[in-house]
Write a protein of this length. Structure first.
Length: 188
């Protein structure tokens, strides 16, 4: 218990100290990855969805990593520190790094720029859209339908769907976090 300011004698805890600014401690438990198995089908569906509206802002999530629990701390200063209370089994003698993710709560923090602990989280995911150059070329070749070109819907040109099905990498691109809705570069 030496050096802890916020723990009671019966608590289990961990002290975390950072010696460099912009350092991070990230711990997740129970991580599971799932994703889209049919990338060609996804590419073709995005082409179909964008055909009627020429909407190039459509996004799709292709991979998701979920975690049963997690803890994240980043230092904003070279002398950042935190004290954590851990949930542990009765009679547990030693704690491991994974215990920081499983039911930890941050009791005291000093100099941290970010801090988070919780359960059932989605720490990682991948987002795609139609490639901007591909979409621009398709729009230039086929353009939005003009009024009077027919009352019924015009089907997607087969060549666009074939390209999506044959080479989804030529049609889809990853979307960086800065281009995703809700992204806040300040981290708030």
């Amino acid at each position: 218990m030496d050096g802890f300011a916020s723990l009671a004698v019966a608590d289990l805890g961990a002290a975390v100290e950072f010696t460099k600014s912009k350092s991070a401690l990230v711990v997740f438990t129970g991580m599971v990855e799932s994703g889209v198995a049919n990338h060609p089908g996804l590419a073709a569906e995005l082409v179909r969805q964008s055909w009627d509206t020429w909407d190039d802002s459509l996004l799709a999530v292709t991979q998701v990593v979920t975690a049963r629990s997690g803890t994240l701390m980043t230092s904003g200063a070279s002398s950042a520190s935190a004290e954590l209370r851990l949930q542990a089994g009765a009679g547990q003698a030693q704690l491991g790094l994974a215990d920081l993710a499983a039911g930890a709560s941050i009791l005291r923090a000093q100099g941290l720029s970010e801090q988070w602990t919780g359960g059932e989280c989605t720490p990682f995911f991948r987002v795609v859209r139609l490639r901007k150059p591909w979409f621009g070329a398709a729009k230039a070749d086929y353009g939005p339908r003009q009024p009077g070109r027919g009352a019924g819907p015009v089907p997607v040109p087969p060549v666009l769907l074939e390209e999506a099905l044959d080479d989804p990498g030529a049609v889809l691109e990853e979307v960086g976090p800065e281009e995703q809705p809700g992204f806040d570069p300040s981290g708030e």
